[in-house]
Design a protein around this ligand. Structure first.
Ligand SMILES: [Fe+2]
Length: 193
């Protein structure tokens, strides 16, 4: 009761290759995310926040509890938004229209998103979110932060912690970010929108 569980991956562990190797997924999901889940469950024992939904814990917690809850929320959104690589992968429908409206074009959006991911100093996340009026924004969030803390609705995220790419890309964070567009499951992102 009230315990969080490690999310199941919605694809095989090697399904994202060669963009993300099964070794990286194994460590990232099976060790890093699992560690955050175990840490949070331990911290919630006897806490007044025990039993609340994850998003509410992120909005109410502080310190280590906030960091671990934030990382679980971030990683659940991250791992849940990918699929096997596709050529010419792009959003459709209302989300594609909103991207063109707010960034000029899909290409311009990708360029700004990658740039904000590449220039985020240290560990963190780059996000596409919608504000309360449905306008799209790209934000850089440090460490374990999530756009819900700014009143935004998160749609898409790239993890720029080194554990997300170091085995496959070493220090080449921009190359990793550029490759991720092949595996974004835009149907999932459109559903969040
Ligand atoms: Fe991560």
């Amino acid at each position: 009761m009230g315990k969080f569980e490690l999310m199941g991956l919605p694809y095989a562990i090697d399904a994202l290759e060669p963009v993300i190797s099964k070794e990286t997924i194994g460590f990232h999901h099976g060790k890093h995310l699992a560690g955050y889940v175990n840490n949070l469950n331990g911290l919630l024992e006897g806490s007044p926040l025990a039993g609340l939904p994850l998003e509410e814990i992120v909005l109410k917690a502080e310190g280590g509890m906030l960091n671990n809850a934030g990382q679980i929320l971030n990683h659940n959104l991250y791992f849940g938004q990918f699929c096997a690589p596709k050529a010419d992968n792009a959003p459709m429908g209302k989300l594609a229209d909103a991207i063109a409206r707010d960034f000029g074009s899909f290409e311009a959006f990708k360029e700004e998103f990658q740039k904000k991911g590449a220039t985020l100093f240290g560990s963190g996340w780059v996000w596409l979110s919608a504000d309360k009026d449905g306008k799209l924004v790209i934000t850089q969030e440090p460490n374990a932060a999530n756009p819900i803390q700014k009143g935004l609705r998160p749609l898409l995220t790239f993890d720029v912690w080194e554990h997300a790419y170091y085995l496959d890309y070493q220090n080449r964070r921009p190359d990793h970010l550029a490759a991720l567009w092949q595996i974004v499951d835009w149907k999932v992102v459109e559903g969040r929108f």
